[in-house]
Design a protein around this ligand. Sequence first.
Ligand code: FO1
Length: 308
Amino acid sequence: MKVVALAGGVGGAKMVDGLAMILPPEDLSVVVNTGDDFVHYGLKICPDLDTICYTLAGIANPKTGWGRDEETWFVAEELEKLGSEMWFKLGDRDLATHLERTRRLNRGDSLSKITRAFCRKWDIKQDVFPMCDEPIPTKVLTEEGELSFQEYFVHRQFKPVVKGFRFVGIDQARPSEGIIEMIENSELVIICPSNPWVSIGPIISLAGIRESLRKVPVVGVSPIVGGKAVKGPAAKMFKELGFSPSSVSVAKLYKDFLNGFAIDIVDKEDETSIKNMGIETLVTQTVMRNREDRRILAKEVIDYFVRL
Ligand code: FO1
């Protein structure tokens, strides 16, 4: 069955990894957030695309979830000797991706075309799409002013208090070629447990995406468990924006297109509130500690949907 996954960074990559273990590769496509992308050392860096692709290729750093496995850091060491500020760690193998992507972008290739070419080279059989071929950098509005996403997330370790977000250029932007049709021809769309504000938010804010999601079955997996984000600033953002950090708050953000929602056992008491929104609810273990957990969760979500 044709499944489309909407995904951001590390949390999304784990869900996509689980789906890739149980679905034939031609039945799984992934639409990836590009709001985290930025230019650093003159190189175009696409963290979420790389996290998803490295994970699907089995070459991702298993400890951090981002960057490459079996990485070396000679360039970073030499840069530090030269007095360069390496707050955003770029490993030697990872640098090859940024150098080649930048070279191809500069010769006029689209990000979609480059992603397809890299997937072939990394022997990834699933279709992976950037959400958009134009840059839509996420700006984080904080009490200290507006910060670029990586400045907020990595350099400032998501400490600044968030007041809002801006997806620069989103109103003029169009989803990458073929994404709307792919969603509308799918049998199921899965909203991965990525940050609803800055990973899923940009994707569903693109013209036509919400409308297309309303036409097909959509099942989400909560990125908030027990009032906390599994990883990253999602719960802190909910609180700072005046919402309770809960699976109910996540469901409310998606409720105009969500048909089903998987929440963790610890949030069982949220089941009734979510059902009262007209969203079917699956209560199961959603925390993925290892690859077996990823496979089991993916299988439960698919089987659950088939029963829906
Ligand atoms: N996240 C960090 O917390 N520290 C880093 O030094 C860092 C480097 C990095 C390099 C390449 C890449 O693809 C991702 C990297 N990330 C790093 C993660 C990045 O901040 C992503 O935006 C997050 O995964 C959130 O999506």
